[in-house]
Structures are given as C-alpha cells and as structure tokens.
Write a protein of this length. Structure first.
Length: 189
C-alpha cells in the first residue's frame, strides 16, 4: 500500500477512466492500465496482469473490481471507496444523459453516428492491450507456449462457449499445482 498517494489523486485518475471509458468494462482496461501503470506507477505491468486475470475470474463487472482492488492497494479502504465512486459516478451520469438524449433523438443521424464512431477506437485500444499482454506472455513463456495457450483458450472460450473465468481459474490452478523445481533453480542462481 502506497500511503503517500493522496486520495484525491486516486479519485481523479479513476474519474478520468470513468469519464472517457466508452464501451464498458473491457474497453476501460487500457485506460486503467494507462493511469495505474504508465502515468502513476502504482502497479507494474506484471502486477496489473495479475489483477486483470484474477478480476476476470471473480463475479461482477471488471470496471468496478479493478479500481476497488487498486484503490485498496494504493490507499487502503478509503482508496477503494474513492476509486469505485470515481469510476461509477461518470458512468451513471453519462448513462442518464446519453440514454435521455438517445431516446429523444434516436432517429437523428449524428446521434446514431456517435456510438458507431467510438467502436473503431475501442477496437484499437483493445488490440494494443492484447498485443502488450501477448508480448509479455512470450517474454515469460516463449512464443510456442504463449501461442499454444492462446489457441487453447480461444477454442475453449469462443468455440466451446466456456466462460473466461473458468479458463483463467483452471490456468491458475495448474500453475498453483505445478512442481516448482524450475522456480527454485532460478532463485538460487
């Protein structure tokens, strides 16, 4: 826990994410990464990947789980509350305003275009995050293991319809039960 981080700084970091995070929880992940890892250095890339993986295994929206944990880690219970409130307030206000406007002017072309114009930007943000995670995975596991795991995960999730949380949980369980002979060898070197 980084007690030197002011609560207001944590609040504004997640408020920006909540304000700019169009497209829901998964679309917010790159914005959370930018604030938490790149801008404020509250977590490393590896720690962020761990939070994301575990957050995806738990029930509920990722858009509140990640800020809640990160806020707690950075500034305790007050940080958790500040981060969750900061991320949901803009979403609630935006939902009320946008749905009000949309329901009133849904036949106007520029209103329909607003939603359609955001999709390619979110797609690029998700692609960048995907590449970053694959790059980190190949650095830790190698190209072959990373590619194999990605193909297996894609098959389980997309073709067999298994929830991603089960896939991540299974991988965490395998990692937990795997013999640690290689880890001990690395630590002694």
């Amino acid at each position: 826990m980084t007690s030197s981080t002011p609560i207001w700084q944590l609040f504004w970091a997640f408020f920006r994410v909540g304000l700019l995070g169009f497209g829901g929880g998964p679309a917010m992940i790159p914005l959370v990464h930018a604030e938490v890892v790149t801008r404020h250095h509250w977590l490393s890339d590896e720690e962020f990947a761990d939070v994301l993986a575990i957050g995806n295994t738990l029930p509920g929206p990722i858009a509140t789980k990640m800020p809640g944990y990160i806020g707690y880690r950075v500034a305790g219970v007050a940080g958790c509350i500040a981060a969750v409130v900061a991320i949901i307030v803009p979403m609630i206000i935006a939902m009320i305003v946008m749905l009000g406007i949309f329901s009133r002017y849904r036949d106007v072309a520029w209103i329909r275009g607003m939603g359609q114009a955001v999709v390619p930007v979110v797609m690029i943000m998700m692609a960048q995050l995907t590449w970053d995670f694959f790059d980190k995975s190949q650095a830790a596991l190698g190209w072959l293991a990373s590619g194999f795991m990605a193909i297996i995960a894609a098959g389980l999730i997309y073709w067999l319809g298994i929830h991603p949380g089960w896939v991540i949980g299974a991988i965490l369980l395998v990692a937990l039960l795997r013999p640690t002979g290689n880890k001990n060898a690395k630590e002694s070197a």
